[in-house]
Design a protein around this ligand. Structure first.
Ligand code: PEP
Length: 252
């Protein structure tokens, strides 16, 4: 049985006060979730400590950062290291989100450094892959995703890989209201799992692979019903506790 995970990426949204209220609303209603579903919230860096205090000893929601530095420590003004995140404490770090790749020049090479530091700090990476529209339209999507996997995840030791959560996020579906069909999601998720199995064998059977891209309460059940879809990475809809929890309640 693979883990079921629904993670909310708040991006650069909410004040600390709003973020704390959002987490309190989630905690308030979490009891109604299907058992075995892990919720994760990923607020901005500034919110991590206050949100961690609200979460306290609870197992869920887990706490994620949206990024971390590719260096361990030192003179890197404005950066936040993986070990600092571990000291919050955070449990997870989103890495390789398409916005980081597109706007901040994060390459697979940089992401490999980041993921190693995240693993060395005892945190679990949520590693994002996905193609842009032109790549899908020119039938390059499998090639693009396989390079992202080969150049980063396939370079890890099996023990590190065991901690990884993958998020397939077709870039054309992020924040656009366009969602991949459940067939498109399943096709890519199955491809990702079999590609990872070439390096990691049976271990890939246990890797959670989340779908991201305009996932909302009205389409989550259909997408989550697919055999290789183990949950979602949710952007816009994670900013409303009701929508986020409705998505998390969509597993059959
Ligand atoms: C995301 O940015 O990870 C995402 C999936 O965003 P949205 O749900 O808003 O498309």
């Amino acid at each position: 049985m693979r883990e079921k995970i629904v993670a909310g990426n708040w991006k650069m949204n909410t004040s600390i006060r709003e973020g704390k209220q959002l987490v309190l609303d989630i905690i308030d209603r979490i009891g109604k979730l299907p058992s075995g579903v892990t919720l994760i919230v990923a607020p901005p860096f500034t919110h991590l400590c206050p949100v961690a205090r609200l979460i306290g000893d609870r197992k869920t929601p887990g706490l994620a950062a949206q990024n971390c530095a590719d260096k361990e420590s030192g003179a890197f003004t404005g950066e936040v290291s993986a070990s600092m995140l571990a000291s919050v404490p955070c449990g997870y770090v989103i890495l390789g989100h398409s916005e980081r790749r597109a706007y901040y020049g994060e390459t697979n090479e940089i992401l490999l450094e980041k993921i190693k530091l995240v693993l060395a700090s005892g945190l679990r990476p949520v590693f994002c892959v996905g193609e842009i529209l032109e790549e899908r339209e020119s039938n390059m999507h499998f090639q693009v995703v396989s390079s992202q996997l080969r150049e980063v995840l396939c370079q890890l030791e099996p023990a590190g890989f065991a901690q990884v959560i993958v998020a397939y996020e077709p870039v054309w579906a992020i924040g656009t209201g366009k969602t991949a069909t459940s067939e498109q999601a399943q096709e890519m998720h199955a491809f990702i799992r079999s590609f990872l199995a070439e390096t990691f064998g049976e271990q890939a059977e246990s890797t959670p692979i989340l779908y991201g891209g305009s996932c909302k309460p009205s389409n989550a059940a259909d997408i989550f019903s697919q055999p290789d879809v183990d949950g979602g990475l949710i952007g816009g809809a994670s900013l409303k506790a009701d929508d986020f929890l409705a998505i998390a309640g969509s597993f059959a």
